[in-house]
Design a binder for this molecule. Structure first.
Ligand code: LLP
Length: 432
């Protein structure tokens, strides 16, 4: 249970952020996403204070919306002084509706539509992060039409293998994101941007992957990017004044996971950037970081009700719950590992191995393969831990299953921030 900081046992039952998990399950029903808003705030403040301590004021933390996007989370991170990154018109729309300052929104994406670029420029977002030459043409043309200057950053592939799952390693040359350093594509692209009349080059960006435990790839990426800023200066006489090092610090899904702390990661990256600035003789750039998972991941859990329990002798025990890949597709996609706890008897002896399965018509609809739990009884509650990131945001209506609600807890008080979908919501777009 120690994998989530604000999860504890009180009077023999599970509490998250000071609230009884089983009471909330009774109040809101299951499946249910619970998120400790206090822990989201604490994670934001860990980034904020480490950035001030190790880098100073010329820095900004941008919450990576893709981890979990809804109005309440934007209000929470904004309250803590963070901006955000968005990767779609939908995330941009939600961030603006929640009151996020446009200046503090960075717009990413490897294939933004013209409509999205127009929306972003009209809103006055802080940066459009250019991903390709094709996009530069579109951005410059739309900026001209709107009579504005597009302030851009450029997504660079620094050529770092971050030893993560292949699907989420994005800094390598064989990636759909960004422009590569090692084949000269990036330096040529910078020349094109500097010539574009309605576009101002403000920064460089890289993101080397997600759920990374090792500090070296982050430090190496920062050094490579600083060397590239020096190369741009030497080639074009232009000094880039902002470096965005992306997100990617891992969190603890299992007890055996040993991620860096937020403070360690910020410290190591900040020191690498400052040292490289000195080495290259360039001014320390404005430092941007874009954490997603490490802000919301360990603040959330999902509560389910156990239904059918099948013990297939000498084969496997399946315990099915009332949610599954529709609220958490991460095992189906990445074979991601999770821990589970029974909220009404968290300390009961664990003696039976189960595969916790979802309720969808799909054999791959598994939440956890082979976890040792107390012997399960149909009807009891089961929590899957550390589901705050990339669960609600990746949820679907497969099998027309309505999405669960999201409830925030702060100082023991609960409030629903996303309501449960109804069958009518699921059908709302169907035309007669
Ligand atoms: N910035 C950029 C440009 C990104 O592409 C990402 C994540 C982040 C920031 C935030 O990274 P984080 O701090 O959350 O690691 N769906 C996958 C994760 C995909 C991450 C994609 N990019 C999963 O469920 O593991």
């Amino acid at each position: 249970m120690s994998i989530m900081k604000t999860l504890e046992t009180r009077n023999g039952e599970l509490y998250l952020g000071g609230a009884s998990v089983s009471k909330l399950a009774k109040k809101y029903g299951t499946p249910l996403y619970l998120m400790d808003e206090g822990e989201i705030r604490a994670n934001c403040m860990r980034y904020e204070s480490a950035m001030r301590k190790y880098y100073g004021e010329n820095a900004i933390v941008l919450y990576a919306s893709k981890a979990f996007s809804c109005k309440a989370v934007y209000r929470t991170v904004r309250d803590c002084g963070l901006g955000c990154d968005v990767v779609s018109g939908g995330e941009l729309y939600t961030a603006l509706a929640a009151g996020m300052e446009p200046e503090k929104i960075f717009f990413h994406g490897n294939n933004k539509t013209e409509a999205e670029i127009r929306e972003a420029l009209t809103a006055g977002v802080g940066r459009i992060v250019l991903d390709s030459g094709f996009e530069l043409g579109t951005v410059d043309r739309i900026a001209a039409e709107l009579g504005v200057t597009a302030r851009v950053s450029v997504r660079i592939k620094p050529g770092i293998d971050a030893h993560t799952h292949d699907f989420i390693a994005t800094g390598k040359i064989d990636s759909k994101f960004g422009v590569a350093l090692e084949n000269g594509e990036a330096i040529a692209f910078i020349g094109e941007i500097l010539k574009a009349p309605h576009t101002e080059l403000c920064g460089l960006h890289c993101h080397i992957g997600s759920q990374i435990f090792d500090t070296r790839p982050f430090v190496r990426a920062a050094e490579v990017m600083m060397d590239f800023i020096a190369e741009i200066r030497d080639t074009y006489g232009y000094t880039v004044r902002e470096l965005n090092v992306g997100g990617g610090v891992g969190i603890k899904y299992l007890d055996s996971h040993d991620p860096l702390t937020i403070e360690e990661n910020v410290k190591n990256t900040a020191e690498a950037v400052l040292a490289a600035a000195e080495r290259c003789g360039i001014p320390a750039p404005r430092l941007c970081m874009e954490p997603g998972r490490s802000i919301v991941g360990d603040a959330g859990l999902t509560v389910y009700t156990v239904g059918s329990v099948k013990e297939i002798k000498n084969v496997r025990n399946y315990a099915s719950v009332d949610g599954g890949m529709t609220d958490n597709p991460r095992f189906a996609l990445y074979e991601a590992a999770y821990e589970a706890v029974l909220p009404c008897r968290p300390d009961a002896e664990r003696d039976t191995v189960y595969t916790v399965a979802g309720r969808c018509c799909e054999s791959g609809d598994i939440l956890i393969r082979d976890i040792t739990l107390p012997k399960l009884t149909p009807g009891e509650l089961l929590c899957v831990l550390s589901t705050g990131a990339y669960n609600y945001s990746m949820a679907s209506n497969y099998n027309r299953v309505p999405r669960p609600p999201v409830v925030f807890i702060r100082n023991g008080e609960d409030r629903m921030v996303v309501r449960r979908e109804t069958y009518a919501d699921v059908m709302a777009k169907d035309l007669d």
